[in-house]
Design a protein around this ligand. Structure first.
Ligand code: ATP
Length: 321
């Protein structure tokens, strides 16, 4: 369990993390999302004691992590700017790290295998691709078999096999009861990996809770209706509670009423339905809606379409228990 209370970090006049309180639960994968500069890395650095909070506290298993006697066996972290001696091989690097914690070479070989580094374990790290460097960083995070894993953009630079590996690894470690906290900008990947989300914007939490709850709260469900009576149905449905888009002859998309309500109305009017499909909002749509006010570095593509999403529901500042 990771717990933060009023966690704050200021760099001069810049408030990177602004009094946030949250819990990251064991046995689950928690995705940490937010626009560039939102404060994700700073928060992660404070969790592992690499940055000192200006105010507030953050604990891992009930105590500030910096005070831990055996850090690598308690928390494994993949953070940017990993200090790896470029002249060393991957195996030498991991052995040196393991030695600082009395961890044997057997575990080093295990994590090399686990991270898919066996073929390059003897190569100097300076020749590593971005993806191999990520795998080495993840291997280092795993070396102490920690109960808490903090991964800052772990799939950055990984090939599809590597992305799938991180996904499987995160889910497996969480199923063993460990706490897995990972940041990513890849919404599609977070959607299939994370159980819970913590969404941050301009240093403040804009949403926290199970992925499905956040997505359904921040997006609307559309219902696709295919019927020979589509235009009659559209006329019957249209009103203050519903908007209807005609997609093609015989196909409409209805926003507002549920699939059940549309089905009831069609039955009452004896309209035949060929399709009645609720289409849920995506995590990407929810993320865009939640963070639209919090994007500091926005690309200026003229005419880029705005995301078709509903306004965000009320933000929560605590993960609901
Ligand atoms: N050492 C530092 N000195 C001054 N400002 C800093 C420092 N570290 C971070 N910041 C600022 O704090 C804010 C939060 O940065 P942080 O790296 O935590 O964001 P992030 O959410 O991890 O972003 P990204 O998705 O781009 O990695 C940014 O405005 C950043 O410029």
């Amino acid at each position: 369990m990771i717990e933060a209370h009023g966690l704050t970090k200021r760099y001069g006049s810049k408030t990177a993390v602004d009094g946030i309180s949250f819990q990251v639960r064991p046995g689950r994968v928690t995705g940490f999302l937010g626009p560039n500069g939102a404060g994700k890395s700073t928060t992660m650095r404070m969790i592992v004691g690499l940055d000192k909070p200006t105010a507030g506290t953050v604990t891992v298993q009930g105590k500030p992590f910096a005070r831990s006697a055996a850090p690598l066996t308690e928390v494994g972290a993949l953070l940017e700017a990993k200090a790896v001696h470029p002249g060393r091989s991957a195996r030498q690097h991991l052995r040196a790290l393991a030695a600082t914690h009395g961890i044997g070479n057997k575990r080093v070989d295990e994590v090399i295998e686990l991270a898919g580094l066996a073929a390059v374990a003897k190569k100097r790290v300076k020749g590593f691709s971005l993806g191999m460097g990520q795998r080495l960083g993840i291997a280092a995070a795993l070396i102490g078999d920690p109960h808490t894993l903090i991964l800052d953009e772990p799939v950055n630079g990984l090939d599809p096999e590597g992305v799938a590996w991180v996904r499987g690894l995160a889910k497996h470690l969480a199923s063993e009861g460990r706490t897995i906290f990972l940041s990513s900008h890849l919404m599609s990947e977070v959607a299939v990996t994370a159980d819970d989300l913590l969404v941050i914007g301009r240093g403040k939490i804009v949403a926290a809770g199970p992925v499905s709850e956040i997505v359904s709260r921040a997006t609307t469900t559309t219902v696709r209706v295919r019927s020979p009576h589509a235009s009659e149905l559209a006329a019957a449905l249209s009103g203050p509670q519903a908007t209807v888009d005609a997609i093609e002859p015989g196909l409409i998309e209805v926003h507002g009423p549920s699939a059940a309500e549309i089905g009831e109305l069609a039955a009452a009017s004896r309209y035949v339905l060929h399709e009645l499909t609720p289409v849920s909002g995506s995590l990407e749509q929810a993320y865009m809606a939640l963070t639209s006010d919090a994007v500091e570095y926005r690309s200026g593509v003229e005419g880029a379409p705005a995301p078709a999403v509903a306004p965000a529901g009320p933000a929560t500042t605590e993960t609901p228990r």
